[in-house]
Design a protein. Structure first.
Length: 78
């Protein structure tokens, strides 16, 4: 499946991004710069060492790096 195309094409879908693994992280960040996307994660995806902006719907918090993400994700992912 072409995940990048799928993430870009449908604004009304919530994608289970865990199915594409950490390989999708760079595409998710790139697409997120162009438009808002909503994903579901069942694992702690590695978004790398660079700064980013991710809104966590579960807690309504914004995180900017993996250190901040790990603290919140630990409450929800397995």
């Amino acid at each position: 499946m072409d995940y990048k195309r799928a993430f870009k094409s449908d604004d009304n879908q919530v994608f289970n991004a865990s199915t594409c693994g950490d390989n999708c992280a760079k595409w998710l960040l790139e697409i997120g710069e162009e438009k808002d996307i909503t994903i579901n994660l069942r694992h702690l995806m590695d978004f790398g060492e660079q700064e980013f902006t991710i809104h966590i719907l579960n807690t309504d918090e914004i995180v900017h790096n993996m250190e901040e993400l790990v603290v919140i994700a630990g409450m929800f992912v397995r």
